[in-house]
Design a protein around this ligand. Structure first.
Ligand SMILES: CC(=O)/C=C/C=C(C)/C=C/C1=C(C)CCCC1(C)C
Ligand SMILES: CC(/C=C/C=O)=C\C=C\C=O
Ligand SMILES: [Fe+2]
Length: 563
């Protein structure tokens, strides 16, 4: 049963039940369970074409033999599909819809994530290790066509071909046979040759319309076709900046593309910008780290209208851990509380650093948004930057090991998190503040995977959408709408289910910040899954479309409006 709560998640009795008919949506167009794609119907009605993918089988398939069963993958009998590998390399079909998809919602939602966590009998350890699975929800005239496809990265193709891991993933490292090959491995690590290009973290639509899948390695930037999900090729940067890693989450708008390149040799961050239509990143400035011995991990960062905010976490890259064959509890990173934590602010126009403040220790993957605070004369006096903050506790990284996700479902082992609000003064003060933007009990003390109305990027805003918790749980299991002015949350919950990041899509012509829909994909407790549409204002369900089979959990998505 799915429900939306209008206060903190507490007991089931307190939930206002939402209308969910028990009748499962049948999937038109056919699908094959546990077999390679066999979808042979052409559906052409009212201008909406569903491709016949049976005639376009990919050469490398996730065969039934290599499919992981829950038992094989994690040793537990629960049905949830979120943490088990995708069943087949690709599928496409129309979903039967319960409820009403708004007729204005025309375009494609894309979601990327690590959906294949094994090679033959070898099971990967960490959520972030899986080979990228791209999922597509195409909304047109009230109908919903869905599909998924594996991204054909070199790392994925090599694994399928050689039946073994060939590149370094987030935690998995290919085995080396002897010392000499280990030396070769070191060389290939420093040249970047052994690093993965498994673009499994996010997907963005650039201002020029190209759609790129990303991860934290620069070589893992892969262009895909949003209509077919076909891998088109590498996104090759035409500049000479080099470097091996970047933020997994660039800031992308119709006119701007910003990203950060950590400098592991001389600890710092290069702030770069790329124009739409170009592949050339231009250096805008550089931030030197104030703590040592390496830059803090940079998974994401926020911008305001005039500034780029560069976070320096005390969870720092670690050269030794990069070289290890076996993962450490903090993987490629190390926690250096004595090195302190900082927030730097760079002017977008001049590249000058206008603030660099020490802040309380923090741990975050995802910044939500940032904006400028002004005095009565319109002068910028400070920056507010919000993030999903894990109470300066690094254990969240280890909680995302597949074994933990598979075995502790229903146990209250998810560490507490909050909306961390940084206040960064621009008057030269040495310290910034970090406080909870609202009482974390409002969202069950779980907090990650956030989105906002993109029109409010870098501006004063009121609403954010994220995943929260209804405890007991081992992973965020609610969708939550945060009202950062009223300091309240509305929570959507389907018992036993795992929803993925809610993405807000504004209604064309909307004037209110929350006038639109929120899209998520849910793995339910029966092993099935559905695409879910919530009303951005009321946070109540508008529609859902059931997938033919449960899909693995996915990380981040984007909206590609109708051409
Ligand atoms: C899925 C996700 O959110 C993060 C993925 C991060 C990856 C694949 C990081 C990979 C790395 C290496 C393979 C070596 C260098 C360090 C680092 C960027 C962490
Ligand atoms: C899914 C996740 C954290 C959940 C914690 O509550 C983090 C994902 C990070 C990469 O995108
Ligand atoms: Fe992320």
């Amino acid at each position: 049963m799915a429900s939306t709560q209008f206060s903190s998640p507490r007991s089931h009795a307190q939930q206002a039940t939402m209308a969910v008919s028990g009748k499962p949506g049948s999937v038109k167009g056919g699908c094959s369970f546990g077999r390679a794609v066999n979808f042979s119907r052409k559906h052409h009605k009212g201008g909406l074409r569903v491709r016949n993918v049976a005639t376009r089988l990919p050469e490398t398939q996730v065969s039934p033999e290599t499919q992981v069963s829950p038992e094989k993958g994690g040793g537990n009998e629960r049905k949830l599909a979120a943490w088990t590998s995708i069943r087949q390399e690709r599928w496409e079909g129309e979903l039967a819809v319960q409820g009403e998809i708004p007729l204005w919602l025309n375009g494609t939602y894309l979601r990327n994530g690590p959906g294949l966590w094994h090679i033959g009998d070898y099971n990967f350890r960490h959520l972030f290790d899986g080979y990228a699975t791209l999922v597509r929800l195409h909304f047109q005239d009230g109908r919903l066509i869905a599909g998924h496809r594996q991204i054909q990265s070199e790392a994925y193709k090599a694994a399928i071909k050689n039946k073994k891991l060939c590149y370094r993933e987030f935690s998995e490292v290919p085995k080396t046979d002897n010392f000499l090959s280990y030396v070769g491995e070191l060389a290939s690590l420093f040249s970047g040759a052994s690093l993965t290009d498994n673009a499994n973290t996010g997907v963005v639509r650039l201002g020029d319309g190209r759609v790129v899948c990303l991860t934290e390695t620069i070589k893992g930037s892969i262009i895909i076709d949003p209509d077919t999900l076909e891998t088109m090729g590498k996104f090759e940067y035409s500049d000479t900046l080099g470097g091996l890693i970047h933020s997994a989450h660039p800031i992308v708008t119709e006119s701007e593309f910003w990203t950060l390149l950590p400098d592991l040799v001389k600890p710092g961050y290069i702030v770069v910008r790329m124009e739409p239509g170009s592949n050339e990143r231009k250096v805008i400035g550089r931030v030197n780290c104030r703590g040592g011995p390496a830059p803090g991990w940079i998974h994401s960062f926020p911008v305001t209208e005039h500034y780029v905010v560069v976070p320096e976490m005390s969870l720092r890259y670690c050269a030794q851990n990069l070289l290890r064959a076996e993962p450490t509890p903090l993987y490629k990173f190390e926690w250096h509380p004595l090195s302190k934590a900082f927030m730097h602010v760079m002017c977008k126009a001049s590249g000058k650093i206008v603030a660099s403040v020490e802040v309380p220790l923090y741990v975050t993957f995802h910044f939500i948004n940032a904006y400028e605070e002004k005095d009565e004369d319109g002068r910028v006096t400070g920056i507010v930057a919000d993030c999903c903050e894990h109470n300066a506790d690094t254990t969240i990284l280890d909680k995302l090991r597949l074994q933990n996700l598979r075995s502790f479902s229903g146990e209250d082992v998810l560490p507490d998190a909050r909306v961390g609000r940084f206040t960064i003064p621009l008057d030269g003060s040495p310290y910034g503040k970090l406080e909870a933007a609202l009482n974390p009990d409002e969202h069950g003390r779980g907090m990650d995977m956030c989105s906002i109305n993109p029109a409010y990027l870098g501006k004063t805003y009121r609403y954010a959408y994220a995943c929260g918790a209804q405890r007991p749980c081992n992973f965020p299991n609610t969708l939550t709408k945060l009202d950062l002015v009223e300091k309240k949350a509305k929570n959507w919950f389907d018992e036993g289910a795992v929803p993925s990041e809610p993405l807000f899509v504004a209604r064309p012509g909307a004037t209110e910040e929350d006038d639109g829909v929120v899209i998520s994909m849910v793995s339910d407790k029966n092993g099935e899954g559905y695409a879910l549409l919530l009303d951005g204002r009321t946070f109540e369900e508008i529609a859902r479309g059931k997938f033919p089979y449960g899909l693995p959990y996915g990380l981040h998505g984007c909206w590609v409006p109708k051409k």
